[in-house]
Design a protein around this ligand. Structure first.
Ligand code: ZN
Ligand code: ZN
Length: 283
């Protein structure tokens, strides 16, 4: 998953105040701290996310008197990572200067009521942000929440449990499971392919493949079983060949006779399997 970074100009950030807003980190970061909004929040179309981030910035600058939005990055429910103070400028969200120096501050747009659990896209976005901080920051492996070392409920229980678990990417809804049902076209392709396995199996009624996919698939499955049984039988016969050759070593019987006998045994075995499997009443 590629980082979906929204630059300050893309979300329409106001210029930060100097000199405070330009304060760089004095050393590398230990890791990343997660935050949530701590206010009611409801999900909304992504077209409205930039405006929401601008509003947060306004609160921090005009309400708190800060020099910029406090967070390093802010991740919306659509997985976009909005650049706040970014990688180089020290955040002001972790509680005090020491804590701000220590870790990056990544906000997830998750509320105390309303939308209280991050979306899957948002978890991916936050994971992307963490990896970005580690790779480009640099930040160390440490992960935690605002509440670590500071008295606050932030980042809420849901985000905190996730970050405590190592901020894993959400499990993908597995396409294999989601698409168990074959389309008719695919099923026909499978049937056609299996009907010609080994070049020896013929569809007893090719017309059914066109008319009724289920019947043709059942036929195909049975044909695979026949091929499998034939293969097993051939292997068993080959083993018998080896055994027989071993027992005949030194007995004066010539190789041609042995081979002919073994070939006949294999042919007989395969015919027997065909009768067993394809005969009436076989299952
Ligand atoms: Zn916080
Ligand atoms: Zn969004």
């Amino acid at each position: 998953m590629a980082l979906k970074l929204v630059s300050r100009s893309q979300w329409g950030a106001r210029a930060y105040l100097t000199p405070n807003g330009a304060t760089p980190y004095s050393g590398p970061r230990r890791g990343v701290k997660l935050h949530y909004l701590g206010t009611p929040y409801s999900d909304r179309p992504h077209e409205q996310c930039a405006a929401y981030i601008r509003q947060l910035q306004a609160q921090h600058m005009d309400g708190n008197g800060w020099s910029d939005i406090g967070y390093s990055f802010a991740v919306c429910t659509h997985g976009y990572v909005h650049e706040g103070r970014g990688l180089k400028r020290r955040n002001s969200a972790n509680g005090n200067t020491t804590l701000n120096e220590q870790d990056y501050a990544v906000l997830m747009l998750v509320g105390s009521t309303g939308l209280t659990k991050p979306t899957d896209e948002q978890l991916h976005g936050a994971r992307d942000a963490i990896e970005y901080c580690r790779k480009e920051g640099p930040a160390g492996d440490w992960l935690g929440g605002h509440r670590d070392g500071y008295a606050t409920a932030c980042p809420g229980d849901s985000v905190y449990a996730w970050v405590q678990a190592g901020a894993p990417r959400p499990k993908a809804s597995t396409p294999e499971e989601a698409t168990v049902a074959l389309s008719d076209d695919d099923a026909k392709k499978v049937a056609k392919a299996t009907l010609t396995i080994d070049g020896v199996i013929a569809n007893p009624n090719p017309a059914t493949a066109k008319k009724n996919t289920h019947i043709s698939l059942a036929t195909a499955a049975r044909n695979i079983e026949i091929v499998t049984r034939r293969t097993e039988t051939r292997l068993a016969a080959l083993q018998a060949t080896v055994d027989k050759l071993v027992s005949l070593i030194g007995s004066g019987v010539d190789t041609k006779t042995v081979v002919a006998a073994v070939e006949k045994a294999i042919a007989d075995a395969v015919i027997k399997v065909d009768i067993d499997v394809t005969g009436p009443g076989a299952s």
